[in-house]
Design a protein around this ligand. Structure first.
Ligand code: NOJ
Length: 529
């Protein structure tokens, strides 16, 4: 079914799927994925039948012309497509192909910086008096020479790089090839607004807004201490202000959505939505389940920890705001490998599908997670990313042919284990892919899962149960066991039937009000009355 333009709130009940275009499907055999490749695989994403995944939107990581220092997050032209990926006409075909299948298209809006090859920056560095000079941040060297202060970039090293010709340093929160835009300059705000308009006029349904936390800089001149631009885990009020400006541009076009990317604790998320007014971003990513914690490990798959996070999130978000959950993306190791210290990552991956698609919020999946792709160890000579994230970016494995159905050429990154592929899982009822498909289609059929309220109704040492409820619809219970031994969840008689389970040995025991749900190790289930 094609998208319904009158359904302006579509995103509230959507399942979003992240396509990392370099690694999704290669249409021209150069070993790098491209737009033609994505177009050829749209039926896999949603052909209207339960044989397809059934996602409602794709978020496409950057396809703009770029020197690829940060694989597209260094944008050299906001209003075109890099020849590596295709051209604008092919992009229009992608939008048309998606819309015909009921799939919305979100682009990546790289708000905080451009490439150093972008015409704005090329002009900015041409002379101190250039019209675009103040579109970026410039400072004189420290009195004795060297960078103006000790600010460090997200990928390490100084956040300042000297422009030898003009004798000043420019600021970059990320790589030196990614100079930060000055959002305090009205011309920048206007020009970036026009970028959004350009794509929305082409039919784009919204944007994932990159690195918003970096939009506000530490106070320039507030010297001495080392300030890391990785962010202090806080959203500065200036960030909210800029996001409100972005929102006003989106509001010129009905039915568009914005999703903020910021690695902040739940308490800071409200500021991304604009607080109670909800006049900034429509959604913000909730990254607590995937980020590196202070002790240097990824958040463990642990029910009490998850319950605490859900409670904090519920308390922190303004009424009407939905979190956008991601359990993986192109910046962190894949879920299965993050939770595989004991070799049981695949079981946790199954449970995580039911969690992601069952918890209150908008789920955002990362391509390849639905088949359980692991992080791939990349030999030193094939590493490409200065941030060390290649392992989570290896090409999608469509089948077991030499090019894995991804390419007819030589893939830009090595493939993972051959036995993880779409083709085999499509035909296997017990595969992770089949579990994802079933979960997504069942979610569409259950108003409680799509948009219901959520109450934590049970918490045990390794268990958690969430009751979802929408007006006029049957409730659904999401129950999880994160221990590697079986566990029981007492039920009060309301739930009598397993709708979907990550493990075939999930069982209901007892009668009526004395029912117990027996969850095998690492299992999850959805129950209905
Ligand atoms: C977040 C993106 O997801 C990441 O890949 C990129 O390196 C930084 N932002 C900088 O744009």
């Amino acid at each position: 079914m094609p998208v319904d333009p009158l359904d302006v709130d579509w995103w509230r009940e959507a399942v979003i799927y992240q396509v990392y275009p370099r690694s999704f499907a290669d249409g021209d055999g150069d070993g790098v994925g491209d737009l033609r490749g994505v177009i050829a695989r749209l039926d896999y994403l949603n052909d209207g039948s339960e044989r397809s995944l059934g996602v409602d939107a794709i978020w496409v990581s950057p396809v703009y012309p770029s020197p690829m220092a940060d694989f597209g997050y260094d944008v050299a032209d906001h209003c075109d497509v890099d020849p590596l990926f295709g051209d604008l006409a092919t992009f229009d075909l992608l939008v048309r192909g998606c819309h015909a299948r009921g799939i919305r298209v979100l682009l990546d809006f790289v708000i905080n910086h451009t490439s150093d090859q972008h015409p704005w920056f090329v002009d900015a560095r041409a002379s101190r008096g250039s019209p675009h000079r103040d579109w970026y941040y410039w400072r004189d060297p420290a009195p004795g020479g060297g960078p103006p202060d000790d600010w460090t970039a997200v990928f390490g090293g100084s956040a300042w790089t000297l422009d030898v010709a003009t004798g000043q340093y420019y600021l970059h929160s990320f790589l030196p090839q990614q100079p930060d835009l000055n959002w305090e300059h009205p011309a920048v705000v206007d020009a970036m607004g026009d970028v959004l308009r350009f794509w929305m006029a082409r039919g784009v349904d919204g944007f994932r807004v990159d690195a918003v936390q970096q939009l506000a800089k530490p106070d320039i001149g507030a010297d001495a201490e080392v300030v890391s631009l990785i962010g202090e885990g806080r959203i500065d009020p200036r960030v909210t202000g800029h996001l409100r400006t972005v929102r006003r541009v989106l509001d010129e076009f009905p039915g568009r959505v914005s999703i903020a990317e910021a690695y902040v604790p739940p308490e800071e998320l409200a500021a991304l939505y604009g607080g109670a007014a909800l006049d900034a971003m429509h959604l913000a990513f909730h990254f607590e389940f995937i980020r590196l914690t202070a002790d240097g490990a990824y958040t463990p798959w642990d029910a009490p920890r998850m319950a605490a996070l859900l409670r904090r999130t519920q308390a922190a978000l303004p009424p009407g705001a939905l979190p956008c959950y991601a359990l993986a993306n192109h910046d962190v190791p894949r879920f299965r490998s993050r939770h595989d210290a004991d070799g049981r990552g695949p079981e946790r991956a199954r449970a995580s599908a039911l969690f992601l698609l069952g918890v209150r919020g908008v789920p955002c999946m990362y391509a390849g997670e639905e088949i359980g792709m692991p992080d791939v160890v990349i030999p030193a000579e094939r590493r490409r990313d200065p941030g060390g994230r290649d392992g989570a970016r290896t090409p999608m494995q469509w089948d077991r042919s030499a090019g894995r159905g991804f390419t007819s050429g030589h893939p830009w990154l090595p493939f993972g284990p051959i036995e993880v592929d779409v083709a085999a899982q499509l035909d296997d009822e017990r595969s992770l892919l089949s579990l994802y498909r079933r979960a997504i289609w069942l979610r569409k059929a259950e108003p409680a899962l799509r948009g219901g309220d959520q109450a934590i109704v049970h918490e045990g040492a390794s268990t958690l149960a969430l009751r979802r409820q929408a007006p006029g619809a049957r409730p659904v219970l999401l129950a999880l066991n994160t221990a590697s031994t079986p566990a029981r969840v007492p039920l009060d008689g309301e739930f009598a039937r397993v709708l979907l389970a990550s493990d075939e040995h999930v069982q209901l025991k007892g009668e009526a009000s004395a029912r117990t749900l027996v969850l095998p190790a690492l299992a999850a289930a959805w129950l209905v009355p």
